[in-house]
Design a protein around this ligand. Sequence first.
Ligand code: ADP
Ligand code: MG
Length: 712
Amino acid sequence: MSHSCDDRLMKGGVFMVNIPEMFGSMVFNDAIMRQRLPKDVYKSLTDTIQTGKMIDVSIANVVANAMKDWAVEKGATHYTHWFQPLTNMTAEKHDSFISPIGGDKVVMEFSGKELIKGESDASSFPSGGLRETCNARGYTAWDPSSYAFIKDGTLYIPTVFCSYTGDALDTKTPLLRSMDAISEQSLHILSLLGDNTASRVAASSGVEQEYFLINKEYYEQREDLLYTGRTLFGCPAPKNQQLEDHYYGPLKTKIGAFMAELDRELWELGITSKTKHNEVAPSQHELAPIFTTCNVAVDQNLIIMEMIKRVAERHGLVALLHEKPYATLNGSGKHNNWSIATDTGINLFSPGKNPASNTRFLIFLSAVIKAVDDYQDLLRLSVAIPGNDHRLGADEAPPAIVSIFLGDELEELIEAIVGDIDYQDKARRTMDLGVPSVPTFRYDSTDRNRTSPFAFTGNKFEFRMVGSSQNIAMSNIVLNTATAKVLKDFANELEGKSDIESAARALIKKTLKAHKRIIFNGNGYSKAWPIEAEKRGLLNLRTSVDALEYLTKEKNVALFTEFGVMSEVELHAREEIMYENYSNIIDIEAKTMVDMTNKRIIPAIEQYIGSLSAIARDKASVFGGSVGTELERAIVTRLSRLAHIAYDKAERLSLKAQESAAIKESDASAFSYKEKVVPLMRELRAAVDEAEGIVPADIWPLPSYGEMTMKQ
Ligand code: ADP
Ligand code: MG
């Protein structure tokens, strides 16, 4: 916190601060720009921000200087270009503002050049072969559409990151390109439908972030958490989420204090942290800000993840953002709520009161339906990281099959359109609970279906497959670009038609008919769904590795290159990076398991065996044959067997990991990890977890599931 403690009044653990005054105080936002920039500079900058046009270099110096003055007044001494390399994290390199002026003196300076462009010898970032280490030059370039902000005495400037040859080495560049694509294509369709009032269509995203909190003391005792972010061993606690008493439960005092501080940190940074609650699994929580344009939402989500971790530390906690920190407990996802809206304030996914006669809505709805059907593979791929493999298809998360939930009302409407049946828009029903003092209210037009990976929720789509640790850029890139593509094809069909309305109606009908198979309103968790999905010809890419090869399939290369979102070279590089990332993660997990087995788990089992043997020996020598030693024998026999299995599995695991690592081609290597290493990890774990169930807690070297999830 940048506040000192004494400028706030503490009342029952609550800081009394003027929230509206404090909100965004660390952001170089529109209000500050208006205040601090000359009128013409302000106008030119906001033009750039709103239209995505190129920034005029001449104004950069003025902006840089104003930014620096503002930042220095707020106590900043450094600035950094802040970017999103292909590591699933953010990167920064801090430079101070100081500049020598002779006479052993310095002034604080920041030039337009420094604002616009940064150069980094960034050869250690993944480039998937896009850059040789001998050609290490990489550039960062200012992204004026996301505000600069101050964190830890440093002015953060959101930037894109590319190679010397201009290839994107980050997630932001293609995201910005995809936002332009969907804007342009949406405007084209709108204009064909007779609406020429909008000048930009913005894709927006609202991200619900799930995470676990664990006591730092327990965290530090587990190498698996330290190295991999998830528990590689651990037998389930007697009580986990059976009673469903954690979901929306009252916040523990310590967690409440953590969340209150987190909110304030985020509010200072202009992030509209809005909703917070306990999630289904014990020690699992969720935070959601209010939606904003995709680009800013991505940046903000990255800050949110970092802040969750940092603030947790101040409370003696560690935040686990991994998709599956604990086997058998619910995993963590990230719901990406996505919509598109004009700069005149129209949400293009809003059905209005009469969806049946709302051609604009039906055009955009059918575009999304077709886009999701045509590019199921890419949506699946956008969430393909090893952590998510433990989640997708398990009981609590959407399956690995992509489908769309529309709700009964829209489903009925679509059936009517496809079957030429008369359809009457439904009047909104009112809920009356039969308790006179409780006000009546209206039903929503769609119920919730938690089991669907892609659900229409009133005026937005909620993509629920994203993993909790992931950057949401890729899923937005796919949604924006795929939808842009369909809109473009639609426009080609509508162009030049004399009766646009009937042409549009025919197009909607044709599209819905062809792509109805992707709509599924039933239970996505049911055993019957994968079978049904297969009949419908839908893809079921169970693991990340199965999905990765789709990135460079011809139709997908064609999609991304058509809109200049990613070049073929960039796509191949990304595929390479994703394979390598998969292999690296599994390799680290395997090595960690081997290490823990040999250095911690087997010695602990042996220790217990030793003490049981000593007891048996004592019994025999003190009591002779009159007291049996069958119990010791039974436990020792069972534990010896388990320890031996663990030892053998660890040996084989080590070997298979080495073999997989030695394979040169990144795809074959990743497949080998999936086929040969992952199953052995499961087998090793089973033996160790069984042993944990019978070794005394004070000998077992790792904190238990019960301790970690119940004692925050
Ligand atoms: P839930 O999924 O629990 O129903 P909400 O309806 O409150 O949650 O919305 C969750 C997220 O969706 C929030 O971040 C919210 O700001 C965002 N959201 C709401 N409307 C839109 C929209 N039109 N476009 C994108 N995101 C939206
Ligand atoms: Mg949601």
